[in-house]
Design a protein around this ligand. Structure first.
Ligand code: C6P
Length: 416
């Protein structure tokens, strides 16, 4: 993480002007307040332009063409991979596998590494705050292979119970797979410590970085993790592309995930030989424009500085938590802002989270309501759903004030 001395305040108002959609009005005739960033972020103009430029000037399939367009498109796509490798401090660009999203990355891990390395009775350790995409692939594999899945429990304030984790490690899991930031509670987990403990217990470590990589400095070598998954669309990039990071020595030993073009060197009627990393895991025509857009999104985030992004979000989250908690009947789940990313999931006495979101929408405020694909985390706190406001670099305290004002309106309507 960038040292405090190097942290600079971000100017959210200036940043906003780079995001065309933030200038629109809603059906309420008021400026949009977009607080659904944990679901997907908005895209700056430079990301949109980079993709338009590709389609207008370079559109071609990559890795196989020998004409000028194909060469330029390949170069732009591979430049994005290099940029991403540097962004998370991977040892090599060969460790960056492009997938569709975090979900596909975790499925790749379960299907490829899991199939090759896990046998009946082997343990995989997850946590109770995981998104469904870091639960269901393991449940599917467990049903097939007879694996034992265990879950690190949560404390009342939404942290991982590290004492319980220590005990669960004594049972010898082969893999610990956990989120670096919960999309419901906002909890930022102590990933380095969790990884260190897992390694000492002889387990490999996979991190769901869907909510962390967009919002804070993440260095896979410093964290000491073996695998990591994240999605472009939550970090100012397009939908349709994500990353599966893996340590090169591990990736080399893993069988391919999907079969087809690009992932092979040679095919004969009686078999095939595999391509090198990372292409071994990238079958078929890749998401080319999306890769280029992803590269532009990383460039934009680098220009802000991830230490600054994290510091700014801590500030706005602290403000939002303070303001939300002053509303009678509102309960925000998860830890205090110090251990929390830019997410506030809350319930409001006497109202249903979906009704809250609907009324906020009428006021031009976009939030999400439901279980946020984290049903076990909701169950832990005996609730079915929450309303969730989630922030990014372009949100302002004025927008938090509009949210709070609108919530008082909701209270008025429901007599809550
Ligand atoms: N969470 C949310 O509104 P995909 O959909 O594959 O890009 O990301 C899946 C995913 C995995 N892990 C975490 C921690 C996540 O938050 C998400 C996506 C969105 O919270 C959509 S459910």
């Amino acid at each position: 993480m960038t040292s405090d001395a190097k942290v600079h305040a971000l100017d959210a108002r200036k940043i906003r002007s780079d995001f065309p959609v933030l200038g629109r009005e809603t059906q309420a005739g008021v400026p949009l307040v977009y607080l659904d960033n944990a679901a997907t972020s908005q895209k700056p103009k430079m990301v949109i332009d980079s993709m338009t430029h590709y389609y207008e000037h370079q559109n071609a399939n990559i890795h196989r063409g020998i004409h000028r367009l194909a060469e330029e498109a390949t170069e732009a796509y591979e430049a994005a991979r290099l940029r991403i490798a540097k962004f998370i401090d991977a040892r090599s660009w060969r460790e960056i596998i492009f997938t569709r999203n975090t979900t596909e990355s975790i499925n790749l891990l379960a299907r490829s590494w899991g199939h090759a390395n896990l046998q009946s009775g082997d343990r995989v350790l997850l946590t109770e705050m995981e998104h469904h995409s870091n639960i269901v692939p393991w449940q599917m594999l467990a049903a097939e292979r007879g694996l034992v899945l265990e879950f690190v429990p949560l404390t009342d304030d939404g942290m991982l119970d590290l004492e319980a984790y220590r005990s669960l490690l004594e049972r010898g899991p082969k893999l610990v797979s956990f989120t670096q930031m919960s999309n419901m509670l906002g909890t930022i987990t102590p990933a380095k410590e969790i990884a260190e403990m897992a390694r000492a217990a002889g387990a490999l470590v996979a991190v769901d970085g869907a909510q962390s990589v967009p919002h804070m400095p993440v260095d896979v070598q410093d964290l000491g993790v073996d695998f990591m998954a994240f999605s472009a669309h939550k970090m100012l990039g397009p939908t349709g592309i994500g990353v599966f990071y893996g340590r090169e020595d591990l990736l080399k030993e893993m069988p391919p995930f999907l079969g087809g073009g690009d992932m092979i060197k040679r095919v004969q009627l009686d078999g095939f030989t595999l391509n090198e990393l990372p292409y071994k895991f990238e079958a078929g025509t890749p998401p080319i424009a999306e890769g280029i857009g992803f590269g532009a999104a990383i460039e934009y985030l680098e220009s802000l500085g991830m230490g600054n992004v994290h510091a700014y979000e801590q500030q706005i989250t602290e403000y939002a938590l303070d303001r939300l908690e002053e509303i009678p009947g509102v309960r925000v789940y998860g830890p205090s802002y110090k251990d929390k990313g830019a997410v506030a999931s809350f319930t409001m006495e006497g109202t249903h989270p979906h009704d809250v979101a609907q009324i906020l929408d009428n006021e031009g405020i976009a939030v999400r309501a439901g279980h946020h694909c984290a049903m076990p985390a909701h169950e832990k706190y005996d609730i079915l759903a929450t309303t969730r406001a989630s922030f990014y670099v372009y949100n302002t305290e004025d927008e938090v004030d509009r949210l709070v004002e609108a919530l008082y309106k909701v209270k008025g309507l429901f007599g809550a």
